[in-house]
Design a binder for this molecule. Structure first.
Ligand code: CA
Length: 450
């Protein structure tokens, strides 16, 4: 195991006996935020009693933490843990979830930490926690992070502007289409929400699988998730890759269509993660586990399709996503109008707790290895960095904490993975990634930089 937690002096706190909407308002008021104006009994009322999940000796060292999120469905477990009272259930009575302007802002806020007015952790695209730990996206300053759980699988897609409708831009594409655009003097522009992370990796994989070299045939650019719709509307790009509800909104607003869902590219793929600063977690080991337990419980709540309409209502609120509820509800229910075709399959929706491969929440180290291998494929990590990054997995990925928390909150033994590897993964183009032999994966790819 990596660094063990140092025991700290325990600070007792009063358990709040009941958790009505009133309690929530009082707590919010104490946190220096304007009280919620939601009536008691609204869909956002906590459903569990504050402190009810804290056993003797587990009282967290602090009741507060500041966690960043980006307004995409990946953030749902953080928002639900706050709104439905799961953080409070585990004694974290004053968790602030803080909407980040974009991924760069989230990274910068984690770099300064809550002590500097930033955040202690939150939602991340992979492999951002590794790139921060190694100082690769933080101007060389190392910002060590712990990955605590995966927040979700699926729920992402690649949207294309309407002017390219009818040109066979689906899961597979014709390289000639991109070559013709390039020859015509305007390369196909594809956007992602942060460089060198999930969304860029999905776009690159999608293109590369059809024999399109993303470095020479396409122009790649960064656009914040919340600006993707407006930017595509004004013609700033031909495609973008991001989380729901934004691809769905493109279709709803008749701006574009969706070429591929990530669930089609790699079913039950790793997507975004909950990670916190190592120094915060080492200083507050019980609070860290309390946060993780709350998020795991929120994931179970989010995963229940009976709760998804309510989830859409929560996320749609102005203070969270600020989008029409209907735009969220359809993809949350697995009902995707992709423009040129449609999908109605709950198993292809965003999933938070379980998928057909088993646990969603458990952070498989083999998935971290895929992200780092894929980063090396495109030379985002050179050979030296790649070799070091592989060794970082055992320090950054705290699957051990996930297992402890799962046992402590009573997750069934059958739902707790027994190996750190999910085994061989297969992509839509037939390529396989064997975590025991990532070099064979790299060798099998036609388009790569290594
Ligand atoms: Ca995503």
């Amino acid at each position: 195991m990596s660094q063990s937690f140092t025991p700290l002096s325990r600070r007792k706190f009063l358990l709040v006996a009941s958790a009505t909407a009133t309690t929530s308002i009082l707590l919010k008021g104490c946190a220096g935020e304007p009280p919620s104006d939601k009536p008691a009994g609204s869909s956002s009322a906590p459903t569990v009693a504050a402190g009810s999940g804290v056993k003797a000796g587990e009282e967290p060292e602090v009741k507060t933490a500041k966690l960043g999120y980006i307004p995409i469905v990946e953030a749902a477990p953080l928002i639900v843990a706050s709104v439905k009272g799961f953080f409070a259930k585990y004694g974290m009575l004053d968790v602030k979830i803080d909407k980040q302007a974009n991924w760069g802002a989230a990274r910068d806020n984690a770099k300064i930490g809550s002590a500097g007015g930033g955040i202690d952790g939150g939602q991340w695209q992979m492999p951002m926690p590794y790139l921060m730990t190694a100082g690769i996206i933080t101007d060389g300053a190392k910002v060590p992070m712990y990955v605590l759980c995966q927040l979700n699988t699926q729920g992402n897609g690649i949207a294309i502007a309407n002017k390219h409708k009818g040109k066979n831009l689906g899961l597979k594409v014709d390289p000639k289409f991109f070559a013709d655009m390039k020859a015509g003097g305007t390369k196909f522009k594809a956007a992602y929400t942060f460089p060198k992370a999930n969304q860029e990796l999905w776009i690159r994989y999608w293109l590369g699988a059809s024999g399109v070299d993303p470095d020479s045939e396409v122009e790649l650019l960064t656009v914040p998730a919340s600006q993707t719709v407006a930017d595509m509307k004004r013609g700033a790009m031909d495609a973008f890759s991001t989380g729901d509800p934004w691809p769905n909104r493109i279709v709803a607003d008749d701006i574009g269509f969706v070429s591929a869902l990530t669930s089609e590219m790699w079913a039950a793929h790793p997507e975004e993660y909950f990670a916190v600063r190592q120094d915060w977690a080492d200083k507050h080991p019980k609070a860290t586990k309390a946060l993780l337990k709350a998020i795991m419980e929120a994931q179970q709540w989010c995963d229940n399709f009976d709760n998804r309409k309510e989830l859409a209502g929560i996320l749609a609120q102005r203070e969270y996503f600020g989008v029409p509820e209907a735009v969220l509800e359809a993809p949350l229910m697995g009902k995707y109008n992709l423009g040129e075709r449609s999908i109605d399959d709950k198993q292809q929706a965003v999933l938070y707790w379980k998928d057909k491969k088993g646990s969603v929440s458990y952070p498989y180290q083999s998935h971290d290895l895929w992200f780092l291998t894929e980063s090396h494929r495109w030379k985002f990590l050179d050979k030296v960095q790649y070799d070091e990054a592989k060794a970082l997995i055992s320090k950054v990925n705290r699957e051990d904490l996930w297992k402890q928390c799962a046992q402590e909150i009573g997750v069934a033994a059958g739902d707790i993975p027994t190996t750190k590897s999910r085994g061989i993964e297969e992509f839509f183009d037939g390529i396989k990634f064997d975590p025991a032999n990532p070099e064979a994966y790299l060798s099998s790819l036609k388009i790569k930089r290594v």
